[in-house]
Design a protein around this ligand. Structure first.
Ligand SMILES: Nc1ncnc2c1ncn2[C@@H]1O[C@H](COP(=O)(O)OP(=O)(O)OP(=O)(O)O)[C@@H](O)[C@H]1O
Length: 358
């Protein structure tokens, strides 16, 4: 079989992880979960840094763990991209990237050619002769991506790849990964706290809680119909699926939601419009005509949410101040208009759904 098959149990002190999943070749699985739920433990088992007490890890038909086998990290054909780029400070950028093919025995000159190819793939060809200290955070992360891929891994592990980047650098790296992760037969496992990463990069998600798998399935399904409090919280986003159009998204019911098309969103292709509850303005009463980006819905619930009140109406959530709830006389059953500014709506390509793991 190609791709990755995992069924492992591991104990760390009081903590026990028990997880099974598959990632097909070319597929991307996002692993989500609260702090201490076992995400890093999963990555450590896949990377070969931790030996599970029971179970197996099979990658591209090779048994890495199980039946008395435990292949060491450097022979697994697994690439790791951590939060921090972790480049070798004394090596130039091109030699950092050439390190992986050289470690596999490729002669220096050819390894540099492979490195140059990957640097241009990540739009960093111009940085080849620099030292890591001369790179910005975003540039260093591009180089780290090239280095992780230059070893031609069968499995790429991404550990919160945007966490250490500033907000300006993250979108470009996200777009780069979107482009690169689909190529080839490599399987990818992404650990993230950010539902947007899962929505834009992963076909399927796995949610861990206390070492157990509590949800799994196609990303959009899991995040749009959360079954656990954690998933509901991380998915505390409004999400409308439909088809990308030049001005935003045409929802399945035909309504057009004006929004900002994220990089690589192609009109006519399946897409999702995502916006936060605090980007929604709520007005009492029914709409007159059909004003732009206004949706009419009946309030189904009002719940305290930190300092604000989270209103649920139809498929949407909005955050209001308690004073606004009182002013507008909001209560379950009341019909309201929800308006969302086009500049706060991000339209992303919908990840292609692959079948859920067993
Ligand atoms: N070396 C260790 N020895 C004993 N227990 C450990 C060790 N490393 C982690 N643990 C425990 O294993 C559990 C899972 O930790 P893990 O780091 O996998 O969680 P995580 O989901 O990655 O968390 P975070 O989001 O905070 O990184 C935690 O209860 C943690 O305390």
């Amino acid at each position: 079989m190609t791709g990755l098959r995992v069924d492992i149990a591991v104990r760390r002190g009081e903590f026990e992880l028990d997880a099974g999943f598959e990632v097909p070749a070319g597929g991307v699985l996002a692993v989500l979960g609260p702090n201490g739920s076992g995400k890093s433990t999963v990555l450590a088992c896949l990377a070969g840094l931790l030996r599970p007490g029971r179970g197996e890890v099979v990658l591209a038909g090779r048994r890495l763990t199980g039946d008395g086998v435990h292949v060491p990290p450097h022979r697994r054909r697994v690439g790791l991209l951590a939060q921090d780029p972790l480049l070798f400070p004394h090596l130039s950028v091109v030699d950092n990237v050439a390190f992986a093919p050289k470690a596999k025995g490729v002669p220096t000159r050819q390894a540099r050619e492979v490195a140059a190819r990957w640097l241009s793939e990540v739009d960093a060809a111009g940085l080849a002769d620099r030292k890591p200290a001369q790179l910005s955070g975003g540039q260093a992360q591009r180089v780290a991506i090239a280095r992780a891929l230059a070893g031609e891994p069968d499995l790429l592990l991404l550990d919160e790849p945007f966490a250490a980047l500033d907000v300006d650098a993250a979108p470009a790296i996200r777009a780069l990964l979107r482009r690169i992760l689909r190529d080839g037969d490599r399987a990818t496992v992404l650990v993230t706290h950010d539902p947007l990463d899962a929505l834009t990069l992963a076909d399927t998600v796995l949610v861990l809680s206390g070492g157990d798998v509590v949800e799994r399935g196609p990303t959009k399904e899991v995040l749009s119909a959360p079954r656990t409090a954690f998933t509901a919280r991380i998915a505390g986003l409004n999400l409308i699926s439909g088809t990308a159009v030049p001005e935003g998204l045409r929802a399945e019911d035909g309504t057009v939601i004006a929004g900002m098309l994220a990089a690589e969103t192609v009109a006519g292709q399946p897409a999702v419009a995502v916006f936060a509850p605090n980007a929604v303005a709520v007005y009492a009463g029914r709409a007159h005509g059909s004003p732009r980006n206004t949706i009419e819905a009946e309030v189904s619930a009002l719940e305290p949410h930190g300092p604000v009140v989270r209103l649920r109406a139809g498929a949407f959530t909005a955050d209001l101040t308690p004073a606004a709830v009182a002013d507008l006389g909001l209560e379950p059953g009341v019909v309201v208009r929800l308006a969302v500014k086009a500049t706060t709506v991000a339209v992303h390509p919908a990840p292609a759904a692959v079948g859920s793991a067993p």
